[in-house]
Write a protein that binds this ligand. Sequence first.
Ligand SMILES: [Zn+2]
Length: 462
Amino acid sequence: MTHSRPTVPSADRYWLTNAHVPVSLLTEAIAPQTPDGLALLDLEIHNGCIRQIAAGSSHAADSDAIPQVDLQRGIVFPCFVDMHTHLDKGHVWERSPNPSGSFEAALEIVNADADANWSADDVYRRMEFGLKCSYAHGTKAIRTHLDSAGKQGAISFEVFRTLREEWRDRITLQAVSLVPLEYFLTPEGEKLADLVVESGGVLGGVAFANPDLDRQIERVFELAIERNLLLDFHTDESGDPADIALRRLAQAATQHQFSGQIVCGHCCSLAIQTQADVEATISAVQKANLGVVSLPMCNLYLQDRNQYATADLQRPDSGKSLAHLPDRAAYTPRWRGVTLLHELAQADIPVAIASDNCRDPFYAFGDHDALEVLVQGVRIAHLDAPYGHWCHVVTRTPADLLGLPDTGRIGVGLPADLVLFSARYFSELYARSQHDRIVLRQGQPIDTTLPSYADLDDLMQK
Ligand SMILES: [Zn+2]
C-alpha cells in the first residue's frame, strides 16, 4: 500500500480530514491519542483560515457539498519560525570555503568575503535565495542577524528593508544588528543603534569574552533602553568553560529591569561548565526572563574542531592566527556543541532551535529547512520522549520570542498556514525525507520548488 499524495482543492472552503496534529501546537486543549502527543482531527478551512477543529470524523453529518481532503493520518504542523539565521552570509561557500571548519577561520573568511563582495546586489540576491528556500520549505517568519560594522550596516539594513517589504505577504522578516559588543562603546555604535531604530530592527551583537565585557554590556543596555529596542545576542559560542556572557547578560537584564524580550543564541560553553556554574547561570537566566536559541547543526559543525576545545578545556591563545591549531586530520570531535536545552527547559526558560548559517564559512551545509533543523535537533540533543512535546522549538516558542502570538500554532480563527506531511507518526517524520510536503498558505498550496543553485553562479566568480 502506498500513501497517495492528497490534492488540496482550490475551493475557499474545504475540510482536511484525518490529520495527525501535535496537541502541543494547538491553541485549545485537546487530548492526544498517541503516546507521542498526536490527536486525530479534522480541520475546516474557510477563507484562508481555520474555521473549525473537530475530533476525527465527528463532523461527518454536515459534510454536504464541502470538499474533503483525507490526509490519512498525515502529520500537520503550523508553518515554521526560523528565529536565528544569517541570510546576509549565506551561499558563499563556492567562492569562500572554510576548509578548516574552525570558528576562528570562519570569522576571517567571512570578513574577507564581505570586504570583497558584499555590495547591495550581492547581499540582496543571496538573502532572497535564502528566503525562497525558507518559504518553499514552509517557513513563515525569520529573524536574521546582519553583519553591521562600518559601511556594511547601512548596505545590509537597506537590503533588509527592501526584502521585508517585498516579502511581507509571505514571510515576516526581522533583522538584528551583529557587531562585537565593543563596537557599542564607539560613536559608530550609537549610529548603528539609530539605524536599527530606523529599520524597525532589534539591537544585538556578539558578546566575545574580554576584560571590558561588563562595560560593553552596560552600554548596549543603555542604547536599547533609550531607544526602546529589543535585544538579541550571540553568547558563548565556544568550547571554553570560562565564557559566561550568558550569565552576565542575564544579570544586566535583571539590574536594568529590562522589560522587552531578550534572546541569547548559542550558549555552547554552558554545556561543559561545572554544575555550580550551570546552576548559577540558569538561575540568572530564569530571573531575567531570557529566551535561549540553540543552533544545533552549526554548533555541531563548528564546536570541538580542535583538541583544545575539550581535551584541555582551553581556548587557543589567539583568535587571529590559525598557525597554532593542530593538524585537524588527527582529531575527532568529542562533544556535540549544543547548549543545555533540557536543563534550561526544565527551569521553564523558553528554548528554541534554528538554522543559523547556510553554505557559508560557519556552516558548510543547510537549506533553510526548519524541519531539517528539528530532525537534526532531535538527534543531536535527544529532543525525544515524547517527541510531540519538542516540536514547539521550531514553531510556537520561537514565534513567542519574536513577538508573533498568532504564528507557530494551530487554532480556530488563525490563518491556515500549515505544513502537511505524508509521515503519520514521529517515527516516520524523523526517518524519511519529507521533501514531498505540502505547504498551505492561507489555505492554498504554494509552489514548493526550491531555487536552483545555478541562480547564484555569477556571484561565485572571484
Ligand atoms: Zn548566529
